[in-house]
Design a protein around this ligand. Structure first.
Ligand code: FES
Length: 280
């Protein structure tokens, strides 16, 4: 894949900013979660086994922005299986990353009824080292549409809103494949694409990828780009900050959901939920 990659910032001085002008009100946020929950059921019966779906908590005045682990049917297999439906904690990812030769970890989750994936990348530790195999970091790049036309650079978006750059070495993405809306996972299957390794440049080579089991699309959560997609209901196209598609039939990459870590609990920010509508 032809990419002009730049390393991400060498020090994560990114300040989390919620753009108040773009925040959805809570009612819309909850309604979207509810609607998407229906979609989750529809697409996953033949995929990864999201057999049921969380609904937004009732009676909560502020909503529940915490991301929860999702290991339904894989409780004995996933490293976070015992914590199914418990809030995701940064310290869990850091601890799990110690078992990885490249120091990464990832988990499937659910946020407001939406399927998500969270990946820990030791960017702040590695960003001042020479770029080399198995020294993972975030890399920033331009993005292309499905025809290969360059549409812009990740930094065009992150300069305007620094919360788009991963916070606390964690990146969360919406886990609906841009091919046919299945739910990809991170290391859920064992193959060359998901082996415990990292390669700079964002090419479709071995290691550290989200893999969609439906038709073998691959996404690289360490390569951040501008992307574009189309709402299937109304035909409107929109640009978004996302991770890169590495290979397979998916036309473009997956959108980032900005996050914050609050007393070790990973919480999603509602700033960009309009990006999550391409499967509607
Ligand atoms: S739905 Fe993911 S590859 Fe087809």
């Amino acid at each position: 894949m032809d990419r002009k990659l730049r390393p991400g910032p060498t020090n994560d001085t990114t300040e989390l900013v919620q753009n108040g002008t773009n925040l959805l009100n809570r009612r819309k946020f909850l309604r979207y979660g509810l609607n998407s929950a229906t979609g989750v059921i529809a697409v996953t019966l033949g995929a990864l086994g999201f057999a049921s779906v969380l609904m937004p908590p009732s009676g909560s005045s502020s909503g529940d922005l915490a991301v929860k682990y999702w290991a339904k049917g894989r409780e004995d297999e996933a490293w976070y299986g015992a914590d199914h439906l418990q809030p995701m904690k940064k310290s869990d990812f850091v601890e799990q990353a110690k078992t990885s030769s490249v120091g990464m970890s990832g988990a499937q989750g659910v946020w407001n009824g939406l399927p998500v994936n969270v990946t820990y990348v030791p960017h702040s530790k590695n960003s001042n080292k020479p770029i080399a195999n198995n020294i993972p970091r975030f890399q920033l790049t331009e993005g292309k549409d499905a025809t290969g036309k360059v549409i812009g650079h990740f930094e065009d978006l992150s300069d305007a809103d620094p919360s788009l750059f991963p916070s606390e070495d964690l990146i969360m993405v919406f886990s609906r494949c841009t091919h046919l809306c299945c739910i990809p996972g991170w290391q859920l299957v064992a193959n060359d694409y998901t082996e415990d390794s990292w390669t700079p440049g964002g090419g479709d080579v071995k290691g550290s990828k989200m893999f969609c089991i439906c038709h073998s699309s691959r996404f690289n959560p360490t390569v951040l780009e501008m992307n574009t997609n189309r709402n299937r209901s109304n035909g409107q196209t929109f640009k978004y900050a996302g991770i890169a598609r590495a290979g397979g039939p998916a036309p473009v990459g997956l959108p980032i959901i900005p996050l914050a870590v609050n007393s070790d609990v990973i919480e999603g920010l509602t700033t960009y939920v309009d990006w999550l509508t391409y499967c509607d």
